[in-house]
Design a protein around this ligand. Structure first.
Ligand SMILES: *[C@@H]1O[C@H](CO)[C@@H](O)[C@H](O)[C@H]1NC(C)=O
Ligand SMILES: *[C@@H]1O[C@H](CO)[C@@H](O)[C@H](O)[C@H]1NC(C)=O
Length: 189
């Protein structure tokens, strides 16, 4: 490929800033921000119980379907090395944040202090969400207070998995995903 030395009208030429480019960039930035700010539905609330699955459960009191924020909580088998809980939205959608809480079952004081997030469209190939070089998100410090982690950038995928990595007492959690239909980054008004 030949590179043109000549300045041509366009946003790629850094020293030459055209007014129409600035306007287009400001407008694009405003639309993108506005759209993602409006992308704020609790998406796990919208799926049926069978869309929540997990690598294992501690026992029948702690199934994946009880991982909703409004329910009692999911717990994996105590011996599982790298357990996860998954939501299948059935189609790709935009996710901007993850909310977690600890267990709400009897008086057991159990919650997840750190987790990893993976996402996929196939449930075969998984991508990990990184915040810079860090792939663990700081989560709860008690079992009742919801903690929201805004993803470094919105992801568009059908499946999301949470992998508890650090915990207090036991790897028990409730969660939801804040997002919206479709690809919010591509939508325009
Ligand atoms: C991402 O990393 C930055 C810098 O370490 C930190 O301030 C921020 O809280 C992190 N965000 C999340 C969602 O973990
Ligand atoms: C999933 O599919 C959507 C729609 O085709 C696409 O925008 C998104 O990037 C895909 N996500 C992954 C993780 O492949």
């Amino acid at each position: 490929m030949k590179h043109k030395a000549q300045a041509t009208p366009g946003c790629a030429i850094i020293p030459v800033i055209h007014h129409q480019c600035i306007i287009v960039l400001i407008l694009a930035g405003w639309l993108a921000t506005d759209e993602v700010l409006g992308c704020n539905e609790y998406m796990v609330d919208t799926v049926t119980d069978d869309k929540l699955t997990a690598s294992s459960i501690y026992n029948l009191n702690y199934p994946a379907a009880k991982a909703r924020l409004s329910s009692t909580g999911w717990s994996p088998d105590k011996d599982e090395h790298d357990p996860w809980i998954q939501v299948d939205f059935g189609r790709p959608l935009t996710m901007v944040a993850v909310v977690t809480k600890g267990l709400n079952f009897k008086t057991f004081d159990e919650y997840v202090k750190k987790y990893k997030v993976r996402y996929s469209n196939t449930s075969v190939n998984w991508m990990t969400v990184f915040n810079g070089t860090n792939d663990e998100f700081e989560a709860n410090s008690d079992r009742t207070t919801p903690v929201t982690n805004t993803l470094p950038s919105p992801i568009v995928a059908r499946y999301l998995r949470l992998y508890p990595t650090e915990y207090y007492s036991y790897r028990s959690l409730r969660f939801d995903v804040i997002g919206c239909e479709g690809n919010a980054n591509l939508k325009s008004y």
